[in-house]
Ligand binder design. Structure first.
Ligand code: 5RP
Length: 223
């Protein structure tokens, strides 16, 4: 049973003719883009923006109409994955390294739908190391400041080299363990110069569509 695929395909049902749609990034968002591509071939009329170069290429290959950001003010809906989510729809994102673009797109979307398999749903965020996008300049100082918040930051690598985001920055994966207050932590992280953004998405997701191993799908709405 492909839990990522069933959650993605269920979420695509929210997309209607004429909508402006944000396309997420990652292996779950992949299935949403595939399904949107199928529906476009069947006549669905939408305009889309992507949260990464990879998703943009994927959408273009499937003939999904892509529109420059300058030509739209907001999105009706964005469908994106997550690395962890809790019952308040607080998220950790950025496992694929696209957290900055994903957050910009999420912020400007009327509805953010999160798609995930059941393994991503947790009681408390923090088992997944929190991805933080950092400017390469003086990165050692930035990592030191992150460490002082109580984590073990590790610069993400891609083979022998450091991983570089679509924006030319690095990702520090920060193992915090269980996060008691994601809201407090995001304030503390945002106060460190050199940090572009982080993978805590608080108050952004509206709905989660979670795929289960028995083939069922659960819909969780933000209270
Ligand atoms: C990319 C992300 C992804 O949505 C997240 O990592 C989940 O990925 P996947 O669907 O491959 O498990 O935030 O930056």
């Amino acid at each position: 049973m492909n839990m990522k695929r069933i959650s993605a395909e269920r979420a695509v049902q929210y997309i209607k003719d004429g909508m402006k749609v944000g396309l997420g990034t990652g292996s779950t968002a992949y299935w949403a883009i595939q399904k949107i591509g199928e529906r476009v071939k069947e006549g669905l009329s939408i305009q889309a923006v992507a949260t990464s170069k990879a998703s943009e290429r994927h959408a273009a290959e499937l003939g999904i109409p892509l529109i420059p950001f300058s030509q739209i003010e907001h999105l009706d809906v964005t469908i994106d994955g997550a690395d962890e989510l809790d019952s308040h729809l607080q998220l950790i994102k950025g496992g694929g390294g696209a957290l900055l673009r994903e957050k910009i797109v999420a912020f400007h979307s009327h509805k953010l739908i999160i798609i995930a398999d059941e393994s991503k749903f947790v009681d408390k965020l923090g088992r997944f190391p929190l991805p933080v996008e950092v400017i390469p300049f003086a990165v050692e100082w930035t990592l030191h400041s992150l460490q002082q918040l109580g984590c073990r930051p590790q610069l993400r690598t891609d083979g022998e080299k450091l991983f570089v985001t679509d924006n030319g920055n690095y990702i520090a994966d920060c193992q915090f363990g269980s996060i008691d207050s994601p809201t407090d932590l995001q304030k503390q992280i945002s106060g460190i110069p050199g940090i572009v953004d982080h993978g805590l998405f608080i108050g952004l997701a509206d709905v989660a569509v979670i795929g289960h191993s028995d083939g069922s799908v659960a819909i969780v709405e933000r209270k």
